[in-house]
Design a protein around this ligand. Structure first.
Ligand SMILES: Nc1ncnc2c1ncn2[C@@H]1O[C@H](COP(=O)(O)OP(=O)(O)OP(=O)(O)O)[C@@H](O)[C@H]1O
Length: 441
C-alpha cells in the first residue's frame, strides 16, 4: 500500500518515513510542499496521505480540498501543532480521517497507521461493487422537484443542456447519473472531471487528435465529444475548465460540430451536456474565470442541489440507505441507529454533505461491532459540534456527559490530553465539566 507523507520539515519526513517503512507491504512517497504532494496524488494510487497542515505555498487544508475535488478515495490524516487543533477539527469536517498533534510519539503513530491500513484493507474488500449505492435518495421538497424536472426533460425528448450547482458532496454526480438512468436507454454516458485533468490535457481529451498533431500524438485518438455523440456528456467541475477551452466548447455547442486537434474534417456533435460545479459560478464570471456566454449555453435547465443541512429530513433516509448497503456488502453486526445517535446525526452541520455522511456511516460500520450505532460510535466532531448547540435535549446532554467522563477516565483525568482527544479546547472542556458537575475523583 502506498503512503504519502507531505511535510516541509525534512526531519519529520525522515523520522516518520523510517518508522512507517517498517510496516510490511508499505511503500512510502514523500513531498515537501502541497503542490508536489498533489502531483503525486494525481499520479499514484495513494491509499493514505499524512499531511502537515502548515505548508509553504498551498497549505494542508487546501490539499485536502483538492483531494475531495479530484475524488480519489485516499484516506487523509493531518499533522498539526496543539495550538492549531481547531484547523485539524476543520479538516475532519472536510473528510480527514484523523489528526496527529506534534510533537508525537513515532511508535503510537506507527500503531495508529497500522490500524488505518487495516481499515483501508477491509474497505477495499467491499469496494468491488458500489453500483447499488448510487440511488438518488431523498424526500425533501427540493429533491422531489429535481426528480420532477428530470421527468419533464426525459418526456420532452429534447437534447437540452443542464447545469447542476451545489456544494461539494451534495449529490451532483448522483443527479447526472439519475438523469442518464431516467432515459432508460443504452446511450453513451461519457464523463470528464475538469479538476482531475491538467488544463494542458483537457482539450485533447475532449476533442481527440489526429496522428502527428503534436509530438506525443503517435496515433489518432477519439475524444470524449465524439464518444458522447447520441448520449450524455457530463462535465464535472466545469468551473475548472481552461478559459481557452471554454471558448472552444462554446463554439461546439453553437455550431454542433468540431474538429479533432490537428484535424480538418468537421465532426457532428449531438449530445446532452450536463455540467456540474461546486464553485460559485457567478463569482467566477465576475473574476473573469468563467465565460458568461458559455454559462448561458450550459445553464438552459438549472438544477440547484441544496446542502444536506437544509434538508435534514433526508438524513435518516440516507443513513438507513447506507446502513442497508454496507450491511449487505460486509455482513456487519450493525442494523440500525439509536435514537440519541440519530438525533446527533440529524443535527450535525455536514459541511461535506452526503459524502461526509456516507463516509461516516461506512467508517462506523467497519469499526464497530455493535447492533445499533450509538453516540460514542460517532466521530468526535459530529458529537461536539452538535453538543455545543444550546437547544440540546436531556438525552443528548446525558450522552455528552458520558463521553466526557469516559474520555477523562481513559486519559487519567489529564485535561490537555482529554481535550485533545475530543477535539475541543481545554477551556471548553473545563466549562463542560463544570456544567455537568464532573469532578476529578
Ligand atoms: N441523494 C443521494 N442519495 C444517495 N447517495 C447520495 C446522494 N447524494 C450524494 N450521495 C452519495 O454521496 C457521495 C457524493 O456525491 P456526489 O459525488 O454526487 O457529490 P458531488 O456534488 O458531485 O460532489 P463534488 O462537488 O465534490 O464533485 C457519493 O458517494 C454519492 O453516492
Amino acid at each position: 500500500m502506498k503512503i504519502l507523507i507531505i511535510d516541509d520539515e525534512e526531519s519529520i519526513r525522515y523520522s516518520l518515513g523510517l518508522k512507517l517503512s517498517k510496516i510490511e507491504g508499505v511503500e512510502l512517497l514523500m513531498a515537501g510542499t502541497g503542490e508536489e504532494g498533489l502531483e503525486i496524488l494525481k499520479r499514484e494510487a495513494i491509499k493514505l496521505a499524512i499531511i502537515d497542515i502548515k505548508l509553504p505555498g498551498i497549505d494542508g487544508i487546501e490539499v485536502l480540498k483538492q483531494i475531495n475535488q479530484i475524488k480519489i478515495d485516499t484516506v487523509v490524516i493531518m499533522i498539526t501543532y496543539m495550538s492549531e487543533v481547531r484547523l485539524a477539527v476543520k479538516a475532519m469536517k472536510m473528510g480527514a480521517y484523523d489528526y496527529y498533534t506534534k510533537p508525537f510519539s513515532l511508535s503510537e503513530i506507527k500503531k495508529s497507521v497500522e490500524s488505518v491500513l487495516a481499515f483501508i484493507q477491509k474497505r477495499s474488500e467491499i469496494e468491488v461493487d458500489q453500483s447499488g449505492i448510487n440511488g438518488f435518495i431523498g424526500s425533501d421538497e427540493s429533491i422531489l422537484q429535481i426528480k420532477d424536472t428530470v421527468k419533464r426533460i426525459v418526456n420532452s425528448g429534447i437534447n437540452t443542456n443542464i447545469l447542476i450547482q451545489g456544494e461539494s458532496g451534495s449529490g451532483k454526480e448522483v443527479i447526472a447519473k439519475y438523469i442518464y438512468d431516467s432515459f432508460g436507454s443504452n446511450r453513451p454516458y461519457v464523463a470528464l472531471n475538469c479538476a482531475a485533468v491538467p488544463k494542458s490535457l483537457q482539450e485533447s481529451i475532449l476533442f481527440g487528435y489526429e496522428k502527428g498533431a503534436f509530438t506525443e500524438a503517435r496515433e489518432q485518438r477519439i475524444g470524449l465529444l465524439e464518444k458522447a455523440n447520441g448520449g450524455i456528456l457530463f462535465l464535472d467541475e466545469i468551473g475548472d475548465m481552461d478559459l481557452d477551452l471554454q471558448a472552444k466548447l462554446l463554439r461546439v455547442l453553437e455550431n454542433k460540430q468540431f474538429k479533432r486537434v490537428g484535424g480538418t474534417d468537421d465532426i457532428a456533435f449531438e449530445a446532452m451536456v450536463i455540467s456540474a460545479t461546486n464553485k460559485k459560478i457567478r463569482e467566477e464570471i465576475t473574476y473573469d474565470h468563467f465565460r458568461l456566454d458559455l454559462y448561458y449555453r450550459l445553464n438552459i435547465i438549472p438544477i440547484n442541489v441544496i446542502p444536506l443541512r437544509q434538508r435534514r429530513q433526508d438524513i435518516p433516509l440516507l443513513v438507513s440507505h447506507f446502513i442497508d448497503y454496507y450491511q449487505q456488502k460486509m455482513n456487519t453486526s450493525i442494523i440500525g441507529v439509536t435514537d440519541e445517535a440519530m438525533a446527533l446525526l440529524t443535527s450535525y452541520e455536514w459541511l461535506g454533505n452526503v459524502r461526509e455522511l456516507k463516509n461516516t456511516i461506512e467508517r462506523i460500520m467497519i469499526l464497530s461491532d455493535r447492533r445499533y450505532i450509538d453516540v460514542d460510535d460517532l466521530p468526535k466532531d459530529v458529537f461536539f459540534e452538535v453538543g455545543s448547540n444550546t437547544g440540546m435535549d436531556g438525552n443528548l446532554e446525558n450522552a455528552e456527559r458520558e463521553v466526557i467522563v469516559q474520555s477523562l477516565a481513559k486519559n487519567q483525568y489529564n485535561i490537555t490530553k482529554t481535550a485533545n482527544d475530543l477535539g475541543i479546547s481545554r477551556t471548553t472542556l473545563r466549562n463542560k465539566m463544570e456544567k455537568y458537575r464532573i469532578d476529578k475523583p
